[in-house]
Each structure stands twice: as C-alpha cells, then as structure tokens.
Design a protein. Structure first.
Length: 428
C-alpha cells in the first residue's frame, strides 16, 4: 500500500460519521428559534454555522458545534439595555426548550449550550451588522462585542479552492494530531496556521500525490514560528489566543513524519503514522491478520476516543506518590528525573494537581502494561476504568516494563484534558 493509499484511508476515517444526525438537530433548533422570534417554521433561515463545522474543517468525533442565530433587528433596542445580554440568552434558552424539554440546556456567558450525549451545540444570538459582521452578547461585561466568522469561512474556502483541497486536508490532519498528542490548540488557531503555511508555501497550491510530505512540511513550518500569546485569525484578523506554545510538539510530529516517510516496511510505516495521527490511521492488512492469528495474549487496550468526544482545552497535571512500608514516600516524576527505576511491591497513588478544571468534572483512567513480560503474562490491561476515589487511582508495581497511566477529565460528557505519566518498573 502506497503512502497515498494510507492517506486516502485516513481522510475517509476523518469524515464525520454522524453528520446526518447533527444536521437534523441543527435544523430542529433553527425551527424552534424561528418560532420563538419570528413565528416561522423555517428550518434553515436566520442561521449560520460557524467554528470548525462552518469552516468545514471538523473531523469525526467533533464535540462543539458553533451556531449563530440571527435575531430580528426590531429587537435591537430591547436587548441593548442593562441586563439585556442575560435576557436575550434566557429567551433563546426558552425557545429551544420548547422543543427539547428533556435535554440539558444552560446559559454559559456568551452562548446557550444544548447538550446531547456526545456533542453539544453552542447557540449564540447575534445581530447582523451592515458590513456582514455580527454583534453578540457577553454576560460577564453585560455588553455586545463583534465577531467576523464569515470572513474566516471565506478565507479558508477560497484557500481550499486555490490549493485543490489541500487547505482543509491540513486542518483535519492537524486536528487528529492535536487529539493524539494532547496539543492545546483551538480549531481557529489550527486553521489559521494552515492558512499561513499555504500562503508561504505555494508549491502545495495543486493536487499532490504526497500528502505525507505536505503534512511533514506543515509541522516543520509551525515548529519554527515565534512563540507568542496570540495570532491574527485568517480572514477576520481578530485575535486568537494561544493556550500553550505548540512548537515543541510540532517539531516532535515533524520527526515522527520523517520516520514514517523513510520506513520501507508497510507494517512499520502504518504503525509510525499511527504515532502521529492515532486511531484515524488504519492498521495494515498484514498487521491485522497477524494480530488476529498469531498473538498469544489478549490485547485489551481501549481508547478514550471510542467512549467520549475529545475537545482538549486544559492541561491535566498528573502526579504519583510512591510508597512502601518502612520507606519514605517519593514522587514518581522526581524518581524518573533522577534515573531511579521502580521495583515491584510499591504502592502507587495517582492524583491530579489542577485547580483550573471547570466543574463539574469526573475522571477516568487507563493503566497500560507494556513490554514482553506483559504479553507473556497476558496482562496488557489498558481498559478505561474509574478511580479508586473520585480524584485518585491506586495501583501496585508487579513486573518489569515501560508501563504508563493516563487520566482523562470529562466535563459534560466531553474529554477536556488528558494527563499521562510513565511507570518504568525495573525488575521482577
């Protein structure tokens, strides 16, 4: 299988599988709001989908759907008064609730959140301005601010046409990388980086038989960008905040891409691309057959993205206290930093130190054993499990291997942060 074939399958896997369901609910919300504000049953008028969905850069598992509802202008004065921002959001919530009476709906500063099992709509009431921009309510400041999503949609659409579809391909591949490697980049920042890259690299303004080279060059490009607090968004030039510098992880992705491109063995090549993009890269046909026929252990590892949508917005600081009777407790990261490997019969208490995660949230865990000893014992583990308490997970060291533990913070059914810590055990 060629690199082009691999990427064709990746792009197929990136397609949104529940698009029809999302569209149906989008139309139902539109109809409910048109009834509330205009006495109309239209399922499409006065609505604009923005964000990743609106820019057509979302991927399978998308959890946030940004929805502008354009208010009739005769209501402008009614809501541009003290307390008007809260009033308009409450009225939008009321209108949606007439149709979704059993659905969790809440006001959240700028939007009305309509929460379904594996995704949510964030509905923002707006007034359209003469220049095509929109004013939207901010309940924190009780004021109306300006957004220009049409300019952003047009910028990526025009660039995608000029680049023969490459712009949106880069945006989608970058989202897969973001989810795999816990990169704190919002969708608008990713699309802005893709826009900057292609405008500085017009060699990809044509159909390419080397999407592998293209995404490799993209990671190299953004790894060399200066570290700064914000960037100007594509099209609108509005400020896009950088949550955390991405350059180091982009350089790591570049190195992984180089290794995958240089790998001549098909099975190993698939594996290396999976290290970049995760589950969206299929196993090679040979690898799948070999896995089915020749493994002598049960591969029990599970993946959080198969249980919850992922929208990483926070860091998760995962720590571990190591204890044993008769010994002073130690911090696992300090031990690793000092090249001290764990030995069996140690008690491990994993916990998080974050104070900035939004409430309510719950934690899920993965404890994965790696190496030949784990396979020999048929003890890979790796299932998604609950904690020993609501905030901790206790384990014990047993046998040799470069094991690891992951923790997932889940807020309203969406994974918003992932933490990982290595657990290297030296001898049996």
């Amino acid at each position: 299988m060629s690199e082009l074939d691999i990427f064709d399958k990746i792009f197929d896997n990136l397609k949104i599988s529940n698009k029809k369901e999302i569209r149906n609910r989008r139309d139902e919300i539109t109809k409910a709001l048109n009834r509330e504000f205009r006495d109309s049953d239209s399922e499409s008028d006065n609505r604009l989908m923005v964000g990743s969905w609106g820019r057509c850069t979302a991927i399978n598992g998308v959890s946030d759907l940004d929805f502008l509802y354009i208010l009739p202008y005769h209501l402008y004065d009614e809501f541009h008064v003290s307390g008007g921002t809260r009033k308009v959001l409450s009225k939008v919530k009321q209108g949606i609730a007439t149709h979704y009476s059993q659905t969790h709906i809440r006001v959240d500063r700028l939007v009305v959140v309509v929460k379904f099992s594996n995704y949510k709509f964030e509905v923002q009431p707006v007034f359209e301005q003469d220049d095509g921009s929109f004013s939207y309510p901010d309940t924190y400041s009780d004021s109306w601010k300006t957004t220009k999503p049409r300019d952003e949609i047009k910028a990526i659409s025009d660039l995608d046409e000029i680049s023969m579809g490459n712009a949106r391909k880069i945006c989608k591949l970058a989202r897969a990388w973001k989810n795999k490697h816990n990169v704190l980049m919002g969708g608008l920042l990713i699309d802005t980086m893709a826009w900057r890259f292609l405008n500085d690299n017009d060699k990809y303004f044509s159909t390419t038989n080397h999407p592998d080279y293209m995404i490799r060059d993209f990671f190299k490009y953004i790894s060399n960008l200066p570290k700064q607090e914000s960037w100007n968004a594509l099209g609108s030039n509005q400020r896009v905040k950088v949550k955390k510098n991405f350059q180091v992880k982009a350089l790591e992705a570049y190195d992984l891409c180089c290794a995958a491109i240089d790998e001549s063995d098909e099975v190993k090549s698939h594996k290396k691309w999976r290290e970049v993009f995760g589950r969206f890269v299929p196993l090679s046909d040979y690898k799948q057959v070999a896995k089915d026929l020749f493994t002598s252990y049960n591969d029990t590892e599970q993946f959080i993205e198969n249980f919850y949508p992922i929208d990483l917005r926070y860091e998760l600081n995962l720590e571990c206290k190591v204890t044993q009777d008769g010994f002073r407790p130690a911090n696992l990261r300090d031990m690793i930093r000092n090249h001290i490997l764990l030995k069996p019969n140690k008690k491990l208490e994993f916990y998080i130190t974050n104070a900035d995660l939004p409430t309510p949230y719950s934690l899920k865990w993965k404890v994965c054993n790696c190496g030949e000893e784990a396979k020999k014992r048929n003890c890979i583990r790796g299932q998604i499990i609950g904690g020993t308490t609501s905030k901790t997970r206790e384990e014990h060291t047993v046998f040799r291997g470069e094991h690891y533990v992951e923790c997932y913070a889940i807020h309203y059914g969406v994974v918003i942060a992932i933490g990982k810590i290595s657990v290297p055990i030296a001898t049996n």
